[in-house]
Design a protein around this ligand. Sequence first.
Ligand SMILES: NC(=O)c1ccc[n+]([C@@H]2O[C@H](COP(=O)([O-])OP(=O)(O)OC[C@H]3O[C@@H](n4cnc5c(N)ncnc54)[C@H](OP(=O)(O)O)[C@@H]3O)[C@@H](O)[C@H]2O)c1
Length: 239
Amino acid sequence: MRLDGKTVLVIGVGPGLGSATAYMLLKDGARVIMAARSEERLREIRKVLSKYGNVDYVVGDASGQSGARKIVEEARKKVGRIDHLALLAGNYVDSPIENLTEEQLDGMINANLKSPIYALNAAVKDLGQGSSVVMVSSVFGTYATSTGNVAYSSTKAGVAKAVEVLASELSGRGIRINAVAPRAMDHDFVPERDWRSKRKLGGKSCPPEDVASVVNWLMTDESEWVDGAVIPVDGGTRR
Ligand SMILES: NC(=O)c1ccc[n+]([C@@H]2O[C@H](COP(=O)([O-])OP(=O)(O)OC[C@H]3O[C@@H](n4cnc5c(N)ncnc54)[C@H](OP(=O)(O)O)[C@@H]3O)[C@@H](O)[C@H]2O)c1
């Protein structure tokens, strides 16, 4: 398997992309440590995924520097080493400009921009030659525009820029950083299902497995010449 012997910390594990990513990494041989704020949900997800490999979790909020450090420290205590990072925590809010609130804009900055940056800040000393970091942007932060969501789209544009800057900053240490840019994903991950039958090329939304499989590939050596890229995973709909 492509990720035998590797440990991946996945931050932002819920019922969608996070669980699908953890599942695919486990099936590819990785040891997975998941993180999010809801212990109850993480416990459930661990129960479902344990039959596929070595999976555990830590509870925490990655949107502040001390919270992100705590997640990484706890993860380190549990697994000893961290080879790769999947930084998936994020959220969405509709925010037409005339109704935009401080809470909405701060919430998007915290969830979408601060979480991945603070998580990498906390974990970068664990990483080295061959490590891969994956963040999540959105086609609406990069390749396409939609209206009524300036708080969301501008933070996802920030993630795309962060990937570019950080890839340049860390390439000398052999650490790759990329992002996926989905359009709309469902939140209904179930292991072993026929997920390909649930979407059609050109359709506007996809099951989370479509995006998780690209995140998984970015963790493997097969993508080792891909760095500083924001990869649209949108069935071509950005056009
Ligand atoms: N779904 C879409 O249509 C879509 C499209 C483009 C991009 N994305 C992006 O893809 C990523 C995953 O989305 P998803 O649809 O799978 O969303 P999701 O089901 O809501 O999963 C994101 C998970 O991140 C966790 N999280 C949020 N803030 C956190 C924080 N501060 N610290 C730690 N964990 C945190 C949440 O769990 P807790 O509440 O337990 O912490 C949540 O379950 C997000 O970055 C999202 O913005 C989604």
